[in-house]
Design a protein around this ligand. Structure first.
Ligand code: ATP
Ligand code: MG
Length: 358
C-alpha cells in the first residue's frame, strides 16, 4: 500500500526549448517529491502535442485534447511556436485553447531578482527585490471584440474597431485574488494599474471595483497608479511594489518589462490558475520556444523551475515550493548560469547543481 499522496501531472513539452526545460523540470520535481519532509508522488503523463503534431495532423492537439487533460491535478507546459506553423495558429491551437477552455482567469507572474544574475537596473540591492504581477487572463483588451469594415468610401478608408470587455465579476475576481495574495506576503500591499483618465468606461469600472474590494482589506495597503507611470515605477522604484494587479493588456506589457529587469526571459516563471479548481491549472515558463538556441542544450531552465515552485504552491506543498526557490537562489548565487545570463553552463549542469542544493 502506498501512504504518500500522489498528484497526477500532465506534461506538454511542445516545441523547441520547451521540451528541454520540461525534461529538466520533471527531474527536479521528482527529486523534490522523493526527498520532501513529507514525501509525495508525482505521476506524469506526457502529451506529444505542438508544432510537430501539427505537421502530421493539421492541428496542434487532438480534438478531444481538453477532455484528455481534464482531471489532472495540474498541467506543466513548455512552449509553443515553430517556424513551420503560423504564430497565431500555434498559440491559439494549444496554449490559449487550454487557458480559455479551462477558464484559467488568473495569471501569476513573479518578478524575482536572483543573486548572480545581472539586472539592467544595475543597483546594488536588486537581489532583495521581488514582486508579483497578477494579470487578468480572460477578458479586457484581449476579449476579441470588434471588426473591420471598408465602409462606403472603399479602399484606403478602412475602419477597424477593437473593443475591450470589462465585467464587474471579471474585475472583482482578479482584484480579490490579488488582495488575498497580498495577505500572504511580508509586504501587504496591492498596486492597481489603471488608465481611467483616458478610458472612461472600462477602466473607471475597474477602479470602482478596486476601491470597493480594497475596503474589505483594511490590513492591506493600496494604491491605484496609471499604467504609464507604472512603467517608470518598475524601473525607478521597484522596492515600492509587492502585488501588482492589472488588466490583460497592461499586465502583458508590464510583466515582460519585469522579466527583462530580472535579466533574461529565461528566468521568468508563470502560472495560469483556475481559482475555483473546477479545471486543472497550467504552469509554464514565460519564454517561448527559442528556435535560435533549440537543440543545443543551453536553454535556461530557471524560468521553468520557478513555474514548478508555483505548481507546488498550488498543490498545497508550500515547504517543497520554498525549498525549490531556495535551491534556485543558491544555484544562481554560485554562478552556475546558462549563456543567456552570462554563464557557460548547460541546461543539464544547472539542473544537476540545483539537485545538489535541494
Ligand atoms: P514566442 O512567440 O513563443 O514568445 P519569441 O521569439 O517571442 O517566441 P522566445 O522564444 O522566448 O520569444 O525567444 C526570445 C529570445 O530569448 C531568443 O533569443 C531566445 O533565445 C531567448 N530565450 C528564450 N527562452 C530562453 C531560455 N529558456 N534560455 C535562454 N534563452 C532563452
Ligand atoms: Mg514572445
Amino acid at each position: 500500500m502506498n501512504a504518500h499522496p500522489t498528484f497526477r501531472i500532465a506534461a506538454i513539452p511542445a516545441d523547441g526549448v520547451g521540451a528541454e526545460v520540461v525534461e529538466a523540470t520533471r527531474t527536479v520535481l521528482n527529486e523534490i517529491a522523493r526527498n520532501a519532509a513529507e514525501p509525495f508522488e508525482l505521476s506524469w503523463e506526457e502529451f506529444p502535442w505542438g508544432s510537430h503534431y501539427y505537421e502530421q495532423h493539421g492541428r496542434m492537439m487532438p480534438e478531444d485534447g481538453l477532455d484528455q487533460l481534464n482531471g489532472f491535478d495540474a498541467i506543466f507546459f513548455g512552449a509553443v511556436g515553430w517556424p513551420s506553423v503560423p504564430d497565431h495558429v500555434s498559440l491559439w491551437g494549444l496554449r490559449l485553447a487550454v487557458c480559455q477552455g479551462f477558464d484559467q482567469w488568473a495569471n501569476i507572474r513573479p518578478v524575482r531578482f536572483l543573486p548572480g544574475v545581472r539586472s539592467p537596473l544595475r543597483r546594488a540591492d536588486t537581489a532583495d527585490l521581488d514582486w508579483v504581477v497578477i494579470r487578468e487572463n480572460s477578458e479586457g483588451e484581449y476579449a476579441g471584440l470588434g471588426g473591420r469594415n471598408l465602409g462606403a468610401r472603399g479602399a484606403g478608408h478602412e475602419v477597424a474597431v477593437q473593443s475591450a470587455l470589462f465585467t464587474e465579476t471579471g474585475c472583482e475576481r482578479i482584484i480579490r485574488f490579488a488582495f488575498d495574495m497580498a495577505r500572504e506576503r511580508d509586504h501587504r500591499k496591492v498596486t492597481g494599474v489603471t488608465k481611467s483618465n483616458a478610458q472612461q468606461y472600462g477602466m473607471v469600472l475597474w477602479d470602482e471595483v478596486f476601491q470597493r474590494v480594497a475596503a474589505d482589506y483594511p490590513d492591506v495597503e493600496t494604491e491605484l497608479v496609471l499604467v504609464d507611470a507604472m512603467a517608470a515605477r518598475f524601473v525607478l522604484h521597484p522596492e515600492s511594489l509587492s502585488v501588482v494587479v492589472a488588466s490583460n493588456l497592461h499586465a502583458d506589457i508590464l510583466s515582460d518589462l519585469g522579466s527583462a529587469l530580472v535579466g533574461s526571459l529565461g528566468v521568468a516563471a508563470s502560472a495560469n490558475i483556475n481559482v475555483e479548481r473546477r479545471f486543472p491549472s497550467m504552469f509554464e515558463p514565460v519564454h517561448g520556444s527559442a528556435p535560435d538556441i533549440a537543440g543545443q542544450g543551453i536553454a535556461n531552465p530557471i524560468g521553468a523551475f520557478g513555474s514548478a515552485a508555483l505548481l507546488l504552491d498550488h498543490l498545497g506543498l508550500p515547504a517543497a515550493a520554498d525549498s525549490l526557490r531556495r535551491a534556485i537562489t543558491a544555484v544562481t548565487a554560485a554562478g552556475v548560469l546558462t549563456p543567456d545570463v552570462g554563464g557557460q553552463a548547460s541546461t543539464k549542469e544547472v539542473t544537476s547543481a540545483l539537485i545538489e542544493h535541494l
